[in-house]
Design a protein around this ligand. Structure first.
Ligand SMILES: Nc1ncnc2c1ncn2[C@@H]1O[C@H](COP(=O)(O)OP(=O)(O)O)[C@@H](O)[C@H]1O
Ligand SMILES: [Mg+2]
Length: 231
């Protein structure tokens, strides 16, 4: 695979773990415990793509209002999300989990935005909120339709977040085994009375990737970065 076909995240310490970037196109699941930096990772993937890679992005949010989101990103990390949104390089799609709209309507709206804007990066935050009580077989059917349209036809890189509760061992709905090209797991753990965060790449089709735990660092003004965990 030529290096130009790789999708860089430009996230400190990350691209080198996956041989330079995600394969293009691909569907990546980011699964893990709350507060471990999944949304931060996904947002930086979009922001860096827009500012450094010239790739438009779409953030489909089920948890936060656009206004709160833009404010928090600026306050916590100093990220300027307003400018790319105003300029049309990033699109924020806001869905309410309780809305009566069917899952397929929501997915159609996402697909429409991707096609109309020509976006090359999509984040779904989160699959749990999108699918709610939808049966697993139906989830896979719907996802496969969407993935064909936006990943195969549009060459889009999709990052989908899967929330995991602390203490639960299984990851999600089986989507990770069947549909995903990649699976990255973010974990929260306790060491010497301190809560810490770590990440591990469990699967990434077509790449020789790191198989070691990485420390997840979240810093004001910088956002997320990865550091090899000491033995
Ligand atoms: N400015 C900051 N500096 C350091 N850590 C921060 C900052 N802002 C937020 N955080 C941390 O980031 C975490 C939230 O990250 P987030 O990406 O929302 O996690 P997730 O999506 O996995 O729930 C919180 O646990 C919080 O402690
Ligand atoms: Mg989140």
């Amino acid at each position: 695979m030529s290096s130009s076909s790789l999708v860089k995240t430009w996230i400190k310490g990350f691209d080198q773990l996956i041989g330079g970037g995600f394969p293009r196109p691909s569907f990546i699941i980011l699964a893990g415990h709350p507060g471990t930096g999944k949304s931060t990772f996904a947002i930086q993937f979009l922001l860096n793509g827009a500012t450094m890679g010239g790739e438009k992005g779409v953030y489909a949010s089920f948890l936060e209002r656009e206004e709160t989101f833009v404010r928090n990103m600026s306050k916590s990390y100093g990220f300027d999300f307003k400018k790319p949104i105003d300029e049309g390089t990033l699109h924020f799609l806001e869905f309410t989990p309780l809305a009566s709209t069917a899952v397929s309507d929501t997915l159609n709206q996402i697909v429409k935005t991707i096609i109309e804007s020509g976006a090359k990066r999509l984040v779904i935050d989160s699959l749990n909120a999108l699918f709610g009580e939808t049966a697993p077989a139906e989830q896979r059917r719907l996802l496969e339709i969407v993935l064909n349209r936006i990943i195969k036809d549009q060459g889009c890189t999709v990052i989908a977040i899967l929330e995991q509760s602390i203490g639960k061992t299984e990851i999600g709905f089986g989507i990770e085994e069947f549909v995903a090209d990649g699976l990255i797991v973010f974990e929260s753990y306790v060491e010497t009375l301190e809560a810490k965060r770590r990440a591990i790449i469990r699967k990434l089709r077509g790449t020789l990737h790191s198989a070691r735990y990485q420390n997840i660092l979240l810093k004001p003004g910088e956002g997320i970065s990865f550091l090899q965990l000491a033995e």
